[in-house]
Design a binder for this molecule. Structure first.
Ligand code: ATR
Length: 283
């Protein structure tokens, strides 16, 4: 028996123990017969700790890391090379260590696009879309939707100035948070990037009954998997896309880059993640 040096990668965040990424990567590594480990690493929420940890992990031979909250901007600052996508969205969720140094990328954007492309016919004909929220996730969604050719893109956020900042950067129309329901009837696509609807948070107040029945409704929240918004949209007959789809798709780039194997987003993977979420709920 021989023991090759294992490939090392992981996810850094604060907190990080809730992350499903270790399970996703471990399933793909096992399927591909790859000798590798993908570990969760908690790094306190300040740049110095982040940078020191990155130096150490690089030295220890890590191929790369997924970066989650609150370090997505720290990753940009730390990187030697920043991809166009990461630059555009102002955040990186991947750092890859190589000859060029630390390369920052944003696979959240591609993850969101791929999740929507599971409903390809409808998405490609989406003309009018509205993003709810104006945090980091909203920026990535704005980049993805602009790229996919949505011509009438609106954004509504409780704090209007934050919506205005994103709108001026990506040429969107700002809708008053209180007027969000007035702008639903002609939408092809509605995306929630706020934390409303997440377990322990109030639900999002959206009049799903006035949405077009063939509209797509996407939510980046995945705890619960079916948020009150997605539930109401499904009852209305809309196509729904949950936060787990985006999470699985965003992981593909990292796995390919670091472990070098096939990374299939399929029902088996989804079932494993759904089971893990259910297991956590009963703990
Ligand atoms: P992320 O980077 O993951 O998008 P974030 O920056 O914390 O996370 O953004 C959370 C989003 O949820 C914001 O758009 C926030 O609105 P504000 O910019 O006004 O804070 C939105 N949000 C959180 N709680 C909310 C609430 N009770 N009502 C309306 N919007 C809320």
């Amino acid at each position: 028996m021989t023991l090759d040096k294992p490939i090392l990668a992981g996810v850094v965040g604060w907190p990080v123990e809730h992350s499903l990424s270790p399970l996703i990567h471990t399933i793909w590594a096992t399927r591909a017969g790859i000798n590798g480990y993908y570990v969760p690493i908690a790094i306190p929420p300040n740049y110095d700790e982040f940078a020191q940890s990155m130096d150490s992990l690089k030295r220890l031979g890590f191929k790369g890391l997924n970066v989650t909250l609150p370090h997505k901007q720290h990753a940009l600052r730390y990187a030697d090379v920043v991809s166009e996508r990461a630059e555009q969205s102002g955040a990186a969720n991947m750092l890859t260590f190589g000859d060029a140094g630390a390369v920052a990328e944003n696979s959240d954007i591609e993850g969101f696009s791929c999740a929507l492309n599971e409903h390809a016919t409808q998405t490609s004909s989406a003309r009018a879309a509205m993003i709810l929220g104006a945090g980091g996730a909203a920026r990535g969604v704005a980049v993805a939707l602009k790229d996919s050719g949505v011509s009438d893109l609106r954004i509504a956020n409780r704090t209007r100035e934050k919506a205005e900042a994103i709108a001026s950067e990506f040429d969107l129309t700002v809708i008053d948070w209180d007027a969000r329901n007035d702008r639903l009837p002609d939408l092809d696509l509605l995306v929630n990037t706020t934390s409303l609807g997440m377990a322990g948070q109030p639900p999002l107040d959206i009049k799903t009954e006035i949405l077009k029945p063939d509209a797509i409704v996407a939510d980046i929240v995945y705890t619960p998997l079916e948020t009150p918004l997605l539930n109401a949209a499904r009852v209305r007959g809309c196509i729904t896309s949950d936060g787990l789809s985006m999470l699985m798709h965003q992981a593909v780039s990292g796995f390919r880059a670091w472990f070098g194997g096939a990374a299939l987003v399929d029902d088996e993977l989804r079932d494993a993640l759904v089971n893990e979420l259910a297991r956590r709920e009963t703990r």
